[in-house]
Design a protein around this ligand. Structure first.
Ligand code: UT7
Length: 338
């Protein structure tokens, strides 16, 4: 048998999403915290977010999105499941095996990827490796987060931003030039900024024990301004790199789907690239920053709204804790998000 010179390209062939039904508006938040709709909208672009009810965990959101991704792909099963999340159901074990079982996928390989808001792109690259080596014929990648479980109820700066949700894609091997084919995913990290976004206590650095619980900080903390500056620079660099690798100039990019952290960040990235802001998809006004779920949710929103049509050239990019960042480019496939 003749061996192919090129490994198969990972092709996106299904997309499903899930948002918990409970909506928290900016006005709702202003009933509890010293904030207001005007501040949140003008500083972040966010109008509302979805939040889980007590007892609902990340795996529940991931399963709903995963089920819809299978439907969108017209498949009943996949060979592997990767869940990108910062808010697993439990610190141990990973959430993906439970998700795979709940989806009825039997004993397929399943594991989590932790790269905070860049997790979905890291998981895509990992899935591409499974396909390239033939370790799996189809892989489901789910970005799912329940940030409401780690936010400080008294912190207006983080509670205004984050929402819960999940988005899932199915990848299969295909040809490098077919719609949906992903090129090399651009990924990077810089651990020197690891304390800019963190949950200080609860890990091995500062375990929460009964005798020290009163001084533990189990909540998500972010140095917003420093993160902002880094996010703009890094997402712009990574977006340019993946576009160039596809042989695209900035004018060729039909839609930029950036991690939905802050509309000012997304517009600054577009400005840096000299891409019209109108080609930067905005979804955070309705869902906030959904962390690892942000990119698949925004892709689905763009496709359903008709802003992303089959054949369109799309660049997607993210930045998050770690610090981590990355980007991926593809021609949009002819799929119906579910
Ligand atoms: O997803 C991972 C990546 N994350 C990001 O990319 C997030 C990046 N950072 C940001 O989006 C912005 O930095 C924030 C939205 C987090 C904050 O906006 P900012 O314009 O950088 O505000 P700031 O943190 O400098 O705060 C300005 C003021 C402060 O008051 P003082 O100290 O000037 O009196 C804050 O206490 O705004 C205050 N503030 C608020 N006021 C009303 C912060 N949050 C709120 C709020 N409502 N929700």
């Amino acid at each position: 048998m003749k061996e192919s010179a090129h490994p198969p390209a990972p092709v996106l062939c299904g997309l499903g999403t899930w948002l918990p039904p409970h909506v928290v508006t900016n006005d709702d938040l202003s009933q509890e915290l010293d904030t207001c709709d005007e501040w949140i909208r003008s500083r972040t672009g966010i109008g509302r977010r979805h939040v889980v009810q007590p007892g609902v965990a990340t795996s529940n959101l991931a399963v709903e999105a995963g089920r819809r991704a299978l439907k969108s792909a017209g498949m009943e099963t996949v060979d592997a499941v990767i869940v990108a999340t910062t808010t697993p159901d439990r610190q141990c074990p990973a959430t993906a095996p439970l998700v795979a079982s709940e989806l009825g996928l039997g004993t397929v390989p399943a594991f989590d990827v932790g790269a905070v808001c860049t997790g979905f792109l890291y998981a895509l690259a990992t899935a591409a490796g499974f396909l390239a080596t033939g370790s799996a014929r189809t892989v489901m990648v789910i970005g799912a987060d329940t940030y409401s479980s780690i936010l400080d109820p008294t912190d207006r700066s983080t509670r205004a931003i984050f929402g819960d949700g999940a988005g899932a894609v199915v990848l299969r091997p295909g040809r490098t030039n077919e719609p949906g084919a992903l090129g090399r995913v651009e990924l990077a990290s810089d651990g020197r900024g690891s304390d800019l976004i963190m949950v200080p206590s609860g890990g091995s650095r500062d375990p929460i024990r009964a005798e020290t619980a009163d001084r533990a900080d189990p909540y998500f903390r972010m140095e917003g301004k420093k993160v902002f500056r880094n996010a703009v620079e890094r997402m712009a660099e990574a977006s340019l790199a993946v576009a160039e690798r596809f042989g695209w100039g900035v004018d060729d990019i039909d839609l930029l789907v950036a991690h939905q952290a802050n509309i000012r960040i997304m517009h600054a990235v577009a400005d840096r690239l000299a891409l019209p802001r109108s080609r930067c998809h905005v979804h955070l006004d309705r869902v906030g920053n959904t962390a690892a779920a942000s990119i698949p949710l925004a892709l689905a929103d763009a496709a359903v709204a008709g802003s992303l049509r089959p054949g369109d050239r799309v660049v997607t990019t993210a930045f998050g804790g770690g610090l981590t960042w990355g980007a991926a480019a593809l021609r949009w496939p002819d799929i119906c998000p579910a």
